[in-house]
Design a protein around this ligand. Structure first.
Ligand code: UDP
Ligand code: MG
Length: 317
């Protein structure tokens, strides 16, 4: 189908050139966001107003050729067929796109610069560690001391799951219960929106973010850094599984979280080892990881966090 679409697009371009259509009209047809592309737009317009200016010369040349001999006819019908096939392909493609979930990447490349935030203004720290390592607790400390905005990917997903009318609610629910990772487009879009909101609310384009529990997979890391903002470093809370398990089971008594139970915890540990640890290792090779032992009590861990962060970033980061 893509060949037919390309052929159709080419044919429209050819038609536009032949008929002397202005550059402005061609721009209207070909540089709209994908969802608005319509090969039929000029045809509809021309039947009412724009026809004389847009396609009269072409029409004259075809009709005179048709009546006066086979030469032009031979060129005309293949052209019409290619145009028809291409247009049909294009319409099919557009209809299919309408039924697909939004692709934030496609939208981003067309409608705005990439990445959305510049690291010159926005400082992003990824906060990683196994489930129950204490990321949320330590992030709260950093927020009060360093004026970070704290965005927990898990919290944003849970909020989206509860949002009435969300088309991702059930998907998120299933992933969380299974300790699986929600498709990155959803999480990256939620994070980007939350960052934009926080920046808008603060009234300053300078901002610091703790992105907690993200990226949990390499594709998320690449996507986020490409379309949202490059990260300055990764704060990694290292904690043995037995310790984390004890904390999660304790938290499960009151958290109400669907994944703070023995079976989900086992799955979350597996996902963490198999999928999320490679992210930590990747950033470690880049020299971007600040690793903290998360076994001691929270106040001790925080002393270590603060000291190591300031060592790495300097007092005025
Ligand atoms: N999750 C996800 N992508 C993310 C972050 C979280 O799919 O980038 C899902 C995943 O199923 C995970 C759950 O959300 O197990 C809970 O994440 P959260 O960060 O709240 O867990 P924590 O690490 O704090 O225990
Ligand atoms: Mg958490």
């Amino acid at each position: 189908m893509s060949v037919a679409v390309a052929a159709g697009r080419q044919a429209w371009r050819q038609l536009a050139r032949n008929t002397g259509t202005s550059a402005a009209i061609r721009r209207t047809i070909f540089s709209l966001p994908k969802s608005q592309h319509s090969p039929f737009r000029p045809a509809f317009n021309t039947t009412s107003k724009a026809l004389p200016r847009f396609s009269q010369p072409q029409y004259r040349s075809y009709s005179s050729g048709g009546s006066s001999g086979g030469g032009t006819q031979v060129k005309f019908w293949p052209f019409v067929m290619v145009l028809a096939a291409g247009s049909a392909g294009w319409v099919l493609l557009i209809n299919r796109q309408k039924t697909m979930p939004p692709n934030p990447q496609a939208t981003t490349t067309i409608t705005k610069p990439t990445p959305a935030f510049s690291p010159a203004h926005v400082t992003v720290l990824f906060v990683l560690g196994g489930p129950g390592a204490g990321k949320g607790t330590q992030c709260a400390n950093l927020v009060s001391d360093f004026k970070f905005h704290h965005l927990s990917a898990g919290d944003l997903l849970r909020a989206e799951q509860e949002r009435p009318g969300s088309q991702y609610g059930q998907l998120i629910k299933d992933c969380i219960k299974d300790g699986a990772i929600v498709p990155m487009e959803v999480t990256v879009a939620l994070l980007e929106n939350a960052m934009a909101d926080a920046i808008a609310r603060s009234g300053s384009r300078k901002a610091r973010f703790l992105i907690d529990g993200f990226p949990r997979k390499m594709d998320q890391a690449f996507e986020f850094e490409k379309v949202v903002c490059p990260a300055k470093l990764v704060l990694f809370f290292d904690c043995p599984e037995e310790v984390m398990e004890g904390r999660l089971l304790e938290r499960g008594k009151t958290s109400g979280r669907a994944d703070d139970n023995a079976e989900s915890i086992r799955k979350r540990f597996r996902t963490f080892i198999e999928t999320s640890m490679p992210v930590v290792e990747y950033y470690d090779k880049e020299g971007k990881v600040v690793k903290v032992d998360a076994t001691p009590k929270p106040t001790e861990v925080y002393e270590d966090v603060k000291r190591k962060l300031l060592e790495k970033l300097g007092e005025n980061f």
